[in-house]
Design a binder for this molecule. Structure first.
Ligand code: SF4
Ligand code: MG
Length: 318
């Protein structure tokens, strides 16, 4: 399949009064048409920062300082804000924000909120826009008549479905889902994951699925990228990452999640804190927490290397 998204040497830094925070530091990866790429790492590793950056809207005081983001072949780094708003955001790339279901405006009906971007970005009439909204509500398993309801009349799971339907309305090439199940109970979580899997199959959805929960990623992702301190440290087929993780950080991360048929008291935890990204550790950023750290790890940054077919890791051991 062709690449719908190509990211090359992307850097997005926050320019704060305390210093420059290197939140996204030299990332390179692709997303293929119809693929789900899971993006995992501890909180604060830059996952959400990356999501916003791909939308061309890094959170202030963040700025893209280098690199390239091509969506369906079109470079979006450097495009003026009005072009991003008119031609790219929601239409080419959409995001399901973390906690977005709680951000629905209580004052307006579901339908009113859903059709706003359609009226803004297309020449659809109001009736056509409502039709489109209803079609997508059905697609996410909701009664199309909820266009006339208010957010407080819906459950958390229903609101999350509304948010997903809204992200799909303009038929974007790429959807970024940032912890889309985090605030939901376990049963509803499973329903939302199943819904996303179904949408992937039915619509050929290409998606970046951001989470700190690796057990969810195994369910939904074709490939997984592991982020640590602003960098991708390992990327490959989901099965490979899950069953044969190569990078010491990935191994630690996997050992720290509960798996089926395993004792919870066998769980490990990763000692130490994720590093400060104003003064990240020299060389491999994981070295202060890595049990295998060698001299070279403190001195030189390991690059992502292909260690197996389509399986890349950045570690001096490999
Ligand atoms: Fe550990 Fe060195 Fe590999 Fe980094 S490069 S993960 S410190 S062994
Ligand atoms: Mg986050």
């Amino acid at each position: 399949a062709r690449n719908v998204l190509e990211v090359r040497n992307l850097k997005m830094y926050y320019f704060t009064s305390k210093g420059v925070v290197r939140a996204v530091d030299d990332l390179t990866f692709n997303l293929k048409k119809g693929e789900v790429l899971g993006l995992a790492g501890e909180s604060g590793c830059g996952k959400s920062s990356l999501g916003f950056t791909l939308l061309g809207m890094p959170t202030p005081p963040g700025k893209i300082v280098d690199g390239s983001i091509k969506i369906d072949g079109r470079e979006i780094v450097g495009l003026p804000e009005d072009v991003l708003r008119r031609e790219i955001r929601w239409q080419k790339i959409a995001m399901i924000f973390q906690g977005a279901m709680n951000a629905l405006n209580p004052v307006y009906t579901v339908g009113y909120q859903m059709i706003e971007p359609l009226l803004l970005h297309t020449d659809m009439s109001k009736d056509e826009a409502i039709d489109r909204a209803q079609k997508y509500l059905e697609l996410v398993g909701l009664d199309p008549d909820i266009v006339y309801r208010y957010p407080h009349e819906l459950s958390g799971g229903m609101k999350q479905r509304v948010v997903i339907a809204s992200a799909l309305l303009l038929e974007p090439d790429v959807v970024i889902a940032d912890e889309p199940t985090t605030a939901l109970d376990v049963v509803v979580q499973a329903q939302i994951i199943n819904l996303l899997k179904k949408l992937k199959k039915d619509l050929g959805l290409s998606m970046i699925f951001i989470t700190h929960d690796l057990s969810i990623l195994a369910e939904i992702s074709d490939r997984v990228a592991i982020m640590y301190a602003g960098k991708i440290v390992e990327i490959g087929d989901s099965e490979k990452i899950y069953y044969e993780p190569a990078h010491p950080y990935t191994q630690k991360l996997l050992a720290s999640i509960p798996r089926l048929h395993e004792d919870v008291d066998k769980l490990e935890f990763i000692p130490g804190q994720p590093p400060n990204l104003i003064h990240p550790p020299s060389g491999c950023r994981f070295h202060p927490r890595c049990p295998y750290a060698m001299d070279v790890c403190r001195e030189q940054i390991p690059e992502l290397k292909e260690i197996d077919k389509d399986h890349y890791a950045a570690c001096w051991l490999l």
